[in-house]
Write a protein that binds this ligand. Sequence first.
Ligand code: SF4
Ligand code: SF4
Ligand code: SF4
Length: 677
Amino acid sequence: MSEIKLIIDNIEVTGFERQTILDIARENNIDIPTLCHDDRVEIYGACGLCTVEIGDSPKLFRACSTFAATGMAVRTNTERIRQNRKTALELLLSDHVGDCRAPCSLACPAETDCQGYVKLIADGKYPEALKLIMEKIPLPASIGRVCPHPCEEACRRELVEEPISICALKQFAGDLNIEYIPETGDPTGKNIAIIGGGPGGLTAAYFLRLQGHGAAIYDAMPEMGGMLQYGIPEYRLPKKILRKEIAAIEKTGVIFKNNIKIGRDISLDSLRNEFDAVIVAAGAWTSTGLGCPGEELDGVLGGIDFLRDVATVNKYDFTGKKIAIVGGGNTAMDACRTAVRLGADKVYNIYRRTKNEMPAERIEIKEAEEEGVIFKNLTNPIEIIGGENNKVKAARLQIMELGEPDASGRRSPVAIAGKEETVEIDVVIVAIGQKLGKLGFDEIEKTRWGTIIASENTCQTNLDGVFAIGDATNKGADIAVTAIGEAKQAAETVNKYLRGEKLSRETPYLAKTEKTAEDFADKEKLPRIKILCRDADERRKDFSEINSVMTEDEAKKEASRCLECGCHAFRNSDCKLIDYANQYNAQPEKFNGAIDRCGQENIQDYLNLDSGKCILCGLCVRICDEVEGETLLGFVNRGFDTAVKPALTGLSDVDCGSCGKCFDACPTGALFGRLNK
Ligand code: SF4
Ligand code: SF4
Ligand code: SF4
């Protein structure tokens, strides 16, 4: 064959006659995308991604089926070509039924691979499960106990009967007697100060250490852990469990500096001078005030101050007293249930809407009620009345009703004119919100609510090299796992900052599917494993943990209920379709229409076909035929109804050698081995 010379993207390259442009480009490390090409089989030209421009021709050519010739000038990456590829991908994806990531993982603010660790537990691979969780959450046993698990709200198993106990499975993995201390990266010589040793600060430090940076946490309290240490009561999170996890983080080389308050003992400025970057994860430690007469009286406490005092000095004896906790969130429930355990005669929860609108978890409300908390919904304190020595004596409550929905979508509480109630009270605990303390962060730009303004994409503040995450930022206090998610993001951003790279983070395109109960009509109903909770009469008397941990058998059984919703190809980084979709910024929504092919079938012992993910590239059919010399897979029907099927009734009826070459070649997650080969 004679040699030819041509230009590809302004570079002179050589090849041989009868070679395609695609072949020569690949030999010269010039990337031309394709989903349907494989050197082992005849050219097919189905996907339409490999288009290129040649010379002055107004046409686009398929690089996989166009022979190169001397003197050709080929362009592989012009704006027109990129648009053409984008449209080709959008058309392929518009007819594509699949979930790149499982709904549970998408709902986790820390982006935990829930499906992955649930499956590993189902398979008895416990250390691997723990390791996978700790790729996102370095406090699995603690978070497994306190997280309100948004993952479970999104879990598809709900469409069969009940969601998987994803969070309790995390706790199970975290409670195993395994200490996993990951290896840290090569030292970079860079050092980062983290302000605040709560879940966010600890996580940021952990991931910075794994990247090889030095990380020192400054915290105002005597021990690390933040709200997990001082805001979550012992009966929900035993501190010996938390301390063990914190100690493991310290073993990665994080330096702990306790009893240091920013603005009192050290300034933000001095940390900026001493370190290469600073992450503020200070939390929200100041209780929001009640804003009614009498809130200055002796016996009015902030919710978070109360919980912190109980966790440290425990100076309260509520025996025989009447305690009112104002607020409807989880902190209010923690305060109510702590007051019960401190011997209170009566504990009231005062909330201006109904129980349905309470932001606290349903289980927290239910368990509080079982422990004897009296819910006074649709009431709002309008005055705290003082008695002898300026001590709280009673609370005047305004009776409310629900009006129109407000901006949050919840119906607004409206006062009923002239309707009030006075309740005898000894202590009022105000748990209606928390905010950042005043000291120490004057230079950082804040919202009108006093929280730090930090980019949701990069965690950057207005100060160069200062990043901020968690309860102290933007919308304020949130659940711990949100701070953990932001912390990992901040660690990644700081890493880029220190390398002088672009900081912004793109949100990738992911294929998603809506499912209904009908899709799972044939699934056997398997109720989830019940987590045992101590009897209310017993548990209200002490601070011992109230829930039990799953046994190994229970954990395996529970994990085996998982529907494995996310695509195995995405989890194995093995889908060219999604890689190209993101590379070309595909937005298939504009082509949305009827989906013709969907449904999974097991077409042979080891082989599954998910027709909804098939892009009809024909690679599997051609590999089977041209490489293996068999015709066990083929196309059936025509036009929109075309689908890949076993050419005969089923592969088990024929001599399939289980070589797996068909699913290895599949550029999407459509064909896959049952063992995830
Ligand atoms: S085949 Fe690819 S695009 Fe489709 S769901 Fe799987 S990973 Fe996502
Ligand atoms: S069934 Fe499994 S993979 Fe699907 S959402 Fe639930 S936990 Fe996640
Ligand atoms: S199943 Fe076959 S035809 Fe469908 S995408 Fe995979 S390799 Fe292509």
